[in-house]
Design a protein around this ligand. Structure first.
Ligand code: PSU
Ligand code: MN
Length: 306
């Protein structure tokens, strides 16, 4: 695969220094310009301030890039024509030398290829509501089942069926760890009412589990579900109403396939008067903090004698 790893990332990995990757679909299809670029750049700053090397991932002229420049991030945010790319799109994007904004799935693939173990995002794709008839299950689910990367997220939005998403992850052997919570967080809000089987209270506890998975050759990712900070979380009632409205509109307009997730994100932001956007940004910052700490703990564990 054509891959370009930022020299700073190569150097860090060679010296057991912590690196955290970030996705680009959140930039090109998850938030409006210019907040998308401001957020992407600030997330990198947060990670850096924590002593970790950030690496935003995307595809440029058919080359998988791990560690974009600030100018490249700006372009991913500004150009309106960058394809949303999942696993199935990769061969086309490579062969045709296109630009591609990577969802969680190819970001995991490229992270693993580069040797990065921790990836920070906002929310993952999952099993959609109505999936039993629409078959709409995000490719992120299978990637988590197969690719050895830890994904730090704020849970998943109620645009998905959260119960079915957890069932799917259980079937495919993906550990889901609540970070300082007993519940699956629901992205804009801290609570979903759905209990998780595992909770970790520190970055070290998370790192120990990630390392145990790696050391025992248990294939696949680990999902860290980190709730949005109390101060930034939205009223669940308002959120659920906005989600239901957005889902009804999508249904009316016949939106499906890869368009549905970006459509719903944009509609929810519109309906909540950008309040959802503000919390979306804050939860990504919070995930960057937790992801950085976990990446550092993993490096510390690597340094310890077995
Ligand atoms: N959920 C969010 N924000 C996002 C996404 C999901 O709250 O930006 C993006 C991620 O890149 C994720 C993708 O991998 O949407 C899932 O798309 P789909 O449902 O088409 O697999
Ligand atoms: Mn889908």
């Amino acid at each position: 695969m054509n891959i370009r790893i930022n020299p700073e990332v190569v150097e860090a990995l060679a010296n057991n220094k912590p690196v955290v990757t970030l996705e680009s679909t959140i930039i090109s299809h998850g938030m409006p310009y210019p907040q998308n670029v401001q957020t992407a750049l600030h997330v990198e700053e947060i990670i850096r301030a924590n002593g970790v090397v950030p690496a935003t991932v995307g595809i440029i002229d058919g080359v998988g890039v791990v560690g974009m420049t600030a100018d490249e991030i700006e372009e991913f945010g500004k150009r309106g024509d960058i394809m949303k790319v999942s696993r199935r799109d990769l061969p086309i994007v490579f062969a045709r030398k296109l630009w591609g904004a990577t969802t969680v799935t190819p970001t995991m693939i490229l992270s693993a290829m580069a040797g990065v173990e921790v990836f920070v995002t906002g929310g993952i794709g999952g099993v959609h509501r109505g999936a039993p008839t629409s078959f709409d299950i995000s490719a992120d689910m299978q990637e988590l089942a197969n690719t050895n990367v830890t994904v730090v997220c704020a849970g998943a939005k109620a645009i998905l069926d959260l119960n079915l998403t957890l069932e799917y992850l259980e079937t495919f052997g993906v550990p889901v760890l609540g970070y300082q919570t007993d519940e699956l967080p629901a992205f804009y809000t801290r609570y979903s009412g759905i209990k998780l089987d595992y909770r970790v209270d520190s970055p070290k506890e998370a790192a120990e589990i990630i390392k145990a998975k790696r050391d025992n050759d248990l294939k696949g990712g680990v999902l860290i579900a980190n709730p949005i900070p109390e101060a930034d979380s939205l009223d669940p009632k308002i959120m659920n109403e906005a989600i239901d409205k957005a889902l009804a509109l999508a249904d009316k307009e016949g939106i499906k396939g890869k368009k549905i997730t970006p459509y719903l994100l944009a509609k929810i932001a519109e309906i909540t008067d950008a309040e959802s956007l503000e919390s979306n940004i804050k939860l990504v910052y919070n995930n960057a903090l937790v992801g950085s700490e976990i990446a550092k703990e993993l490096c510390a564990l690597n340094n310890k004698k077995q």
